[in-house]
Unconditional design. Structure first.
Length: 123
């Protein structure tokens, strides 16, 4: 039983090490791509904000009558389209796994007795 346990612990640690080797580069690639994407989203937010703010200034400078006209309503709708909410993406990327400590389990097994303690016969 003990040798099977240690063999299993070696196997799980080998699998964990393989996972960590593979997931590291993939997670880094996704993180870099995510950062590039978020940078592009930030540029789009800035552009949209500049467009909507400039158009809003022109709109606000017009008379109230013009603002309430069909043309004003169309411009207001167009401005509202540029007042968009673009959120960054935030992915939960996998972290490397921690290998198990075979000694921890070995100590627990060593503390267990080989057979149950015999109880005193009662008369």
């Amino acid at each position: 039983m003990c040798t099977q346990g240690f063999s299993a612990e070696r196997a799980i640690n080998a699998a964990i090490a393989a996972f960590n080797r593979e997931v590291g580069p993939l997670a880094r690639a996704v993180a870099e791509t995510q950062a590039n994407y978020n940078e592009t989203v930030e540029q789009a937010r800035t552009l949209a904000s500049q467009i909507s703010e400039a158009a809003q200034e022109v709109f606000d400078a017009k008379s109230e009558r013009w603002q309430d006209s069909d043309n004003g309503t169309q411009v207001r709708t167009w401005i509202e389209q540029w007042e968009m909410s673009l959120d960054d993406i935030d992915l939960d990327l996998p972290e490397p796994l921690e290998e198990i400590d075979p000694d921890e389990h070995a100590h627990a097994l060593e503390g267990a007795s080989g057979r149950p303690a015999e109880s005193e016969p009662t008369h």
